[in-house]
Design a protein around this ligand. Structure first.
Ligand code: NAP
Length: 319
């Protein structure tokens, strides 16, 4: 079969021949139809993700671990949890039959393959416990996940949405998606601190943080109240680390600001996941939520893997 094949840690996948997967007991072969490529996949191939070791035990390998495919009888299914060195960026995958699910009606397979960032953005409700009318800050709003967070915050009834990014053109696009206020983080520290304080209003109730690093360190400083009055609750949801793996956490920002820091997985269990998944699907079917895609054929993977011009569109590969 043809597949996207990586030969060394940090390498770029190439369109090459690879042995067909041989199904073990309990596995079925699917013909792959759509696979989303995300930053986590690139981080694994680069050996920079905490789960990388599991996927890089054998080289050459095929990246990415889930997608949408077709069974021998023509049923379209979602699949995941592949056995390395096999991954989803291939014509064929052998998958645990118990982990295949027929795809829900009325959803384009390519959109379905890219759903995970929308599910993660729902952490604004599951981990952030947003109430209608409250303020959401999307820290790192210009990527796929950030843009979905803005749209989903609006659908969840946020009263005010503040979004950050580092490019003025893209920040203008975020206003069109529903952000009321945008902040450019590519400014000197004091200016950024002032911008966070200036947009604070009656507080950031929920922060969806895709950046961490310097901008989030400054945001935490901006939350420190300037009087002895106790701050109201701010739930910061840690989701991504595009601006750095570590953050400076001033003691005062926790002591009196009402700040709570939680991970995106907080509050997610099987029941919550099912409810969130259904909610996202229902918004997509109704046309209330869209996920912008850049669809490319598998043979173009080498160039597509390195693209930096996607501006909020998810790369989806269709073998
Ligand atoms: N935990 C989860 O379940 C989950 C789910 C989805 C995403 N994530 C994580 O969330 C992050 C975003 O993912 P994504 O898929 O939305 O990424 P993406 O589509 O590739 O977009 C990344 C965006 O971040 C911006 N950016 C990069 N570095 C920045 C910095 N230092 N300051 C400000 N903006 C910066 C980029 O802006 P430019 O265009 O200006 O470069 C780009 O708009 C990643 O870390 C990803 O791993 C986690």
């Amino acid at each position: 079969m043809k597949a996207a094949v990586v030969h060394e840690v940090g390498g770029v996948p190439r369109y090459e021949d690879f042995p067909d997967p041989v199904p073990r007991e309990g596995e079925v072969v699917v013909r792959v139809r759509a696979v989303a490529v995300e930053n986590v996949d690139r981080a694994i191939v680069a050996g920079q993700h905490y789960a990388a070791a599991r996927y890089l035990t054998e080289l050459p390998m095929i990246p990415t671990f889930d997608g949408v495919g077709e069974l021998a009888d023509g049923t379209l299914v979602t699949f995941g949890d592949l056995r390395p060195p096999y991954g989803a960026l291939a014509e064929l995958c052998a998958v645990d039959a118990r982990l295949t699910r027929p795809i829900p009606a009325g959803i384009d397979p390519a959109v379905l393959s890219a759903l995970s960032s929308a599910v993660t953005a729902m952490s604004i409700r599951t981990a952030g416990e947003l109430d209608r009318g409250q303020t959401v800050l999307v820290q790192g709003g210009t990527g796929v996940a950030g843009r979905l967070s803005i749209k989903i915050a609006r659908l969840l009834g946020a009263g005010r949405i503040v979004a950050t990014g580092r490019d003025d053109d893209q920040l203008r696009e975020l206003r069109e998606l529903g952000a009321d206020t945008v902040i450019n983080t590519a400014v000197p520290d004091d200016d950024l601190l002032r911008a966070y304080r200036g947009a604070l209003g009656d507080g950031y109730h929920v922060i969806a943080d895709y950046l961490w690093g310097r901008p989030t360190g400054l945001l935490l400083r901006a939350l420190i109240p300037e009087t002895f009055a106790l701050g109201q609750r701010t739930r910061l949801i840690q989701i991504g680390e595009l601006a750095g793996a570590e953050v400076a956490l001033p003691a005062a920002s926790l002591r009196t600001s009402g700040l709570q820091i939680v991970g995106a997985a907080t509050g997610f269990d099987a029941d919550t996941f099912a409810a969130v998944y259904e909610q996202v699907l229902s918004w997509i079917r109704a046309g209330e939520l869209t996920i912008e895609l850049e669809t490319v054929p598998l043979r173009d993977i080498e160039a597509a893997w390195c693209r930096t011009d996607l501006r909020g569109r998810r790369l989806v590969v269709t073998p």
